[in-house]
Design a protein around this ligand. Structure first.
Ligand code: UDP
Ligand code: MN
Length: 515
């Protein structure tokens, strides 16, 4: 019987059948920045123990990870490859895997006799390793051309630096290889501690002279990084070994390294593909609460008073148990680590800009009344957008209604207060209508201001103003027209306007009047 695509994907979160059709020695596109090819690295580099934890991995992806490392690394730089089996129960990962890997003298397999979770599994691999550098990979990766020297050189130059390769995407359905959307980015988090990518900030842009230069990153993605073995295992004490199964460990290590005297980078000339699963395909002993418990340990250890913001974003965690963190606190003391305010000020000021822990005041909020007609700005349909001015209805003028809007702190103009539906105006032509587009937070066509003095809703990019179309009915269309000092069609009253926020916005974006 032919398996369906869903069945091919069910066991691993990626399409196992397609993976099996792809050569273990395939070539992948060399998508490094062109300049990387011309960079000369130190002649003498530390060697690496490649450590790969796995739990119920597919055979082909695990094999391809090992093949790609051996195929694309200078042999003298690979001290060993350690596969750490975190108590898998798939038979082919036992005898057959041993038999297969026997052809590679550098590959060692360690088997754990109970499920430890990926964090302790990485630590156990690190303890067994004897190379200069620990280089961690997931069990479904492909190392790209010359990936290794650019990482090792960063450690040769500074043994307290933790360099990470740029992580590329291997499609979980068809195994194609491509870069992530937006290459020159940094790792960050929001206050629920979801991992986020943000554009590099000005300080970083100034510091770097070329796109091939390493990028200082506040937070690593997690699975793929290199670290001086002694620095990690002895000085930093590895990870918090009270972290279970999966999650939170990238914050533990990122906060620790930055706050205790080290640094972390993403290295554009080192690229490694990773299969992002469609869903988590294995069981999590202890259930989904384990991840939150991990996060609580990290927050309690590293965040100081900033932890309140985490709990305010996840109030249901307040008072939950997170175990004993005295070892972590002692380490922090012993290494004389700086505090979290220092981290947010010196390392990652851009996190506060992109993800302020307390949402700043909006510029304006509530119903938007067309002064001349007394009618309300109204969304007719949210998707195939249509705006009209219609009779103000109390049920629509409230939060959630069709006549309630926000000029949010992103300086966009949203339906409701927290929706992701933004009023967007991409046409720039007087007489055309605005529409709705998912909020992107990047201003541009979604940047709007409310000018309290002239009662105008202004769109700086097009230099046009929101206006009612001609006519008298209470169902007039909305169009964008040239801004005028006294044109009743353009005058609006926002229910609540916050002068402080709007004042700044209006100074930055003064209305351009055509008369
Ligand atoms: N892993 C492990 N034990 C676990 C969970 C995961 O050894 O309990 C391994 C897994 O096989 C992979 C790495 O840890 O090599 C990271 O896990 P995964 O790829 O599932 O995380 P993701 O990339 O989805 O964040
Ligand atoms: Mn993975």
């Amino acid at each position: 019987m032919k398996k369906t695509e869903r069945e091919d994907t069910k066991a691993n979160g990626f399409n196992q059948r397609v993976s099996e059709l792809v050569s273990l020695d395939r070539s992948i596109p060399d998508i490094r920045n062109a300049r990387c090819k011309d960079i000369k690295y130190l002649a003498k580099l530390p060697n690496a123990s490649i450590v790969i934890p796995f739990h119920n991995e597919a055979m082909s992806t695990l094999q391809r990870t090992v093949h790609s490392v051996l195929n694309r690394s200078p042999p003298e730089l690979i001290h060993e490859i350690i596969l750490v089996d975190d108590f898998s129960d798939r038979d082919f990962l036992k005898g057959p895997l041993d038999a297969y890997m026997a052809r590679f003298p550098k590959v060692k397999i360690i088997r754990l006799d109970q499920r430890e979770g990926l964090i302790r599994t990485r630590l156990i691999g690190g303890k067994k390793a004897t190379g200069d550098v620990l280089l961690y990979l997931d069990s479904h990766c492909e190392a790209n051309v010359n990936w290794l020297p650019p990482l090792l050189e960063r450690i040769a130059l500074n043994h307290r630096c933790i360099p990470c390769p740029m992580i590329d995407v291997i499609g979980n359905e068809d195994f194609h290889y491509e870069s992530q959307a937006g290459d020159i980015m940094r790792g960050a988090f929001d206050w629920e501690l979801y991992y986020k990518r943000i554009p590099i900030n000005d300080a970083e842009r100034k510091r770097r002279s070329h796109d091939s230069d390493p990028i200082r990153t506040p937070i690593m993605a997690g699975g793929l990084f290199a670290v001086d073995r002694k620095y990690f295992m002895d000085e930093l004490g590895g990870y918090d070994d009270g972290l279970d199964v999966w999650g939170g460990e990238q914050y533990d290590l990122s906060f620790k390294v930055w706050m205790c005297g080290g640094s972390m980078e993403e290295v554009p000339c080192s690229r490694v593909g990773h299969v992002y699963r469609k869903f988590m395909s294995y069981s999590v002993p202890g259930g989904p609460g384990v991840i939150n418990r991990n996060l609580m340990r990290v927050v309690e250890t590293w965040m100081g008073e900033w932890k309140e913001h985490f709990y305010n974003h996840k109030p249901y965690l307040k008072g939950n148990k997170f175990g004993d963190i005295s070892k972590q606190l002692a380490l922090k003391e012993r290494l004389q680590c700086k505090n979290f305010t220092w981290f947010l000020t010196e390392v990652a000021p851009d996190i506060l800009q992109h993800y302020p822990p307390v949402e700043p005041d909006p510029g304006a909020q509530g119903y938007l009344k067309h002064i001349e007609s007394g009618l309300c700005f109204t969304i007719i349909r949210a998707r195939t957008t249509e705006f009209k001015i219609q009779t103000c209805e109390s049920r629509d003028m409230r939060e959630g209604g069709r006549q309630y809007f926000t000029l949010s702190w992103h300086d966009d103009f949203r339906r409701g207060s927290k929706s992701k539906d933004c009023i967007d105006f991409p046409y720039y032509q007087p007489g055309t209508e605005p529409n709705i587009y998912p909020c992107h937070g990047g201003r541009g066509n979604q940047l709007w201001t409310y000018n309290q003095e002239h009662k105008l809703i202004y769109h700086p990019v097009s230099k046009l103003c929101l206006a009612s179309d001609t006519g008298t009915s209470n169902n007039r269309a909305i169009i964008m027209t040239k801004c005028q000092r006294s044109n009743a069609a353009q005058k609006w009253d926002f229910e609540r306007a916050y002068a402080k926020v709007l004042g700044k916005l209006n100074r930055e974006n003064p209305v351009k009047f055509s008369s």
